[in-house]
Design a protein around this ligand. Structure first.
Ligand code: DX5
Ligand code: ZN
Length: 218
């Protein structure tokens, strides 16, 4: 399987973002977590900071919006060097319209599901997306424990995508490390977000290489 590793800068040193971006250039994407203290109980960075990250990042950005009103704000993140914009299905009032607007900008549209959100409601609109992000922790913080209950959701989603002949990737986010990446990939995930498992290690390039090797063997 074609695996993409997306380090989450949530666990990076926010005072040294440019060097932290340089340290992960052997990865495939930079995962940027935008939190508004409403949709999740944490506050991170917004449009002006993400804009500069997009300008200086050696890798394309994978923007994960954990915000209440993606219908209003998502397009503010449609910068050059942004590969995908992810919004939570539970937060959008018009997910089809929003996915289409994102795609019109030449950016991939990705739909995120919280651990308690099932696949019902997504099936009808699956074809509107380039990828689906399965949260394997409750969103809001890095360093949480992987919820293995989400693996069956990934498997069911993978089967539905294959049965319907769709070209949609599955992304997994939360608690990914050397123990959990294998099961996640075997279940069907191919875009792998990892925050603390990469930025928590002194040698980020080595951490990326090890995760990639385990994922490719899975
Ligand atoms: C959590 C964020 C994740 C987070 C993952 O809400 O969406 O992207 O940074 O961090 P780890 O890999 O440490 O669970
Ligand atoms: Zn994330």
């Amino acid at each position: 399987m074609d695996i993409k590793i997306a380090p989450s800068i949530l666990s990076a040193d926010f005072c040294n973002l440019q060097s932290e971006l340089g340290a992960i250039k052997s990865a495939d994407l930079v995962h940027v977590d935008v939190m508004d203290a409403h949709f999740v109980p944490n506050l991170t960075i917004g449009e002006p900071v993400v804009k500069r990250i997009a300008e200086v990042s050696p890798l394309p950005l994978d923007i994960h919006l954990m915000i209440d009103s993606p219908d209003i704000f998502a397009l503010d993140y449609a910068f050059k060097n942004v590969e995908s914009i992810t919004f939570h299905l539970a937060a959008s009032h018009a997910p089809i319209r929003l996915a289409r607007k994102i795609r019109e900008k030449g950016i991939k549209a990705c739909c995120a599901l919280n651990p308690a959100v099932g696949l019902e409601g997504l099936s009808e609109i699956l074809g509107e997306f380039d990828s689906v992000l399965v949260m394997s922790v409750e969103p809001g913080f890095g360093g949480q424990k992987f919820l293995s209950s989400q693996l069956s959701k990934v498997r069911r989603l993978k089967k539905e995508i294959e049965d319907r002949g769709l070209d949609i990737k599955i992304e997994i986010d939360g608690g990914i490390n050397r123990q959990t990446i294998g099961p996640a990939c075997r279940a069907g995930a191919s875009i792998i977000v990892a925050g603390s498992a990469i930025y928590g290690e002194k040698d980020r390039a080595k951490a990326i290489k090890e995760l990639r090797e385990i994922a490719e063997r899975a």
